[in-house]
Design a protein around this ligand. Structure first.
Ligand SMILES: Nc1ncnc2c1ncn2[C@@H]1O[C@H](COP(=O)(O)OP(=O)(O)OP(=O)(O)O)[C@@H](O)[C@H]1O
Length: 307
């Protein structure tokens, strides 16, 4: 059975009369990579700051590792590592020197800690290069290293791939996947671009204007975003039988009104037509439908035209 590491109940943050976050319930299970998705200003940072203890809720509660009291949460937060704002590093120090500074400042025992973490985030080869000469990807990986200094069970990362080029995004994603698979770290990560978290997140929470619109498992999201050829025909059942017999189709749904959703032959709809029509089936329409991830998100937030 899955264990829930983190829950928020009715979490709310008001600035004056403005709700930066309103009545948000999320649940993150052990071992998950939970992607929090929302446009700029949706409330992602506000939510992550309250979870990590950097801001106080106006209302509602955070439950972390089963703890909800102030003292319990303080203990639980020792088991989390957060990268919410870009941490400040010394520009003229190397990766190792910067981390060593923070290790001493935080009282983390053992000099080998720095070496180990640098290897985990693949900065062990950065050697004598100074922070000021790092690429953005290296800077983000150093930020991740700092968040991992206390060997956390839960990592909270606010827009860590923001600004990275596509290669940088893939590298960072692979790094997080490795941490998740090999070390079992649970990860809560935000982004304003859903597709940046695809192929990584196991669950998603969609935030808009401070409200959680939907929490959905990645598998279910993939299903909903799957593309298909929609056929409208005179006889759905017979058409399905023809598709099976002639084109060996297995992935389709027959819906009422002679509608068929075919999840194969997306690039070859002509083949579908030439299998069906000669058998005396009337083909009224045929169209590729379904949304990609970004379309799905935009539809969910109502066209994405609100600012
Ligand atoms: N200290 C503050 N005082 C007043 N309003 C604030 C404060 N902090 C955040 N807000 C507002 O709360 C809303 C949510 O902000 P938040 O930073 O959480 O959004 P976000 O989803 O992280 O967006 P971004 O990606 O742009 O950081 C925004 O409208 C922001 O202007």
């Amino acid at each position: 059975m899955s264990t829930t590491l983190l829950k928020t109940r009715g979490l709310t943050k008001k600035y004056g009369q403005f709700y930066a976050l309103h009545d948000v319930d999320i649940a993150v299970n052990k071992g998950e990579i939970y992607g929090l998705v929302g446009k700029n200003g949706a409330g992602k940072t506000t939510l992550l700051r309250m979870i990590s203890g950097q801001a106080m809720p106006t209302d509602g509660e955070v439950e972390l590792f089963g703890e909800t009291t102030a003292r319990g949460l303080e203990r639980a937060r020792h088991r989390t590592g957060a990268m919410i704002e870009t941490p400040s590093f010394y520009p003229y120090l190397t990766a190792a020197q910067n981390l060593e500074y923070y290790r001493i400042q935080r009282g983390v025992a053992g000099r080998k800690v720095v070496e180990d973490i640098l290897a985990q985030v693949e900065l062990d080869k950065a050697g004598r290069k100074k922070f000021k000469d790092f690429s953005l990807g290296m800077k983000q990986r150093l930020g991740l290293a700092l968040a991992m200094m206390d060997n956390p069970d839960l990592l909270i990362l606010d827009e860590p791939v923001n600004g990275l080029d596509p290669t940088g995004i893939v590298e960072f994603r692979n790094l997080l996947l490795r941490l998740s698979h090999e070390r079992g770290i649970t990860i809560l990560i935000s982004s304003h671009i859903l597709s940046e978290l695809a192929n990584m997140a196991t669950s998603f929470g969609f935030l808009d204007h401070g409200a959680l619109l939907q929490q959905i498992a990645a598998e279910e999201l993939q299903k909903r975003c799957r593309q298909y050829v929609e056929l409208v025909v005179s006889d759905g059942e017979r058409t399905a039988a023809i598709l099976e017999r002639q084109l060996h189709c297995e992935e389709y749904e027959v819906l009422p009104g002679g509608v068929i959703h075919l999840y194969q032959y997306l690039d070859e709809p002509a083949k579908v037509a030439s299998a069906v029509v000669p058998e005396g089936i009337q083909l009224y329409s045929m169209e590729v439908k379904g949304s990609n991830l970004e379309d799905y998100f935009l539809k969910l937030i109502g066209g994405g035209d609100r600012v």
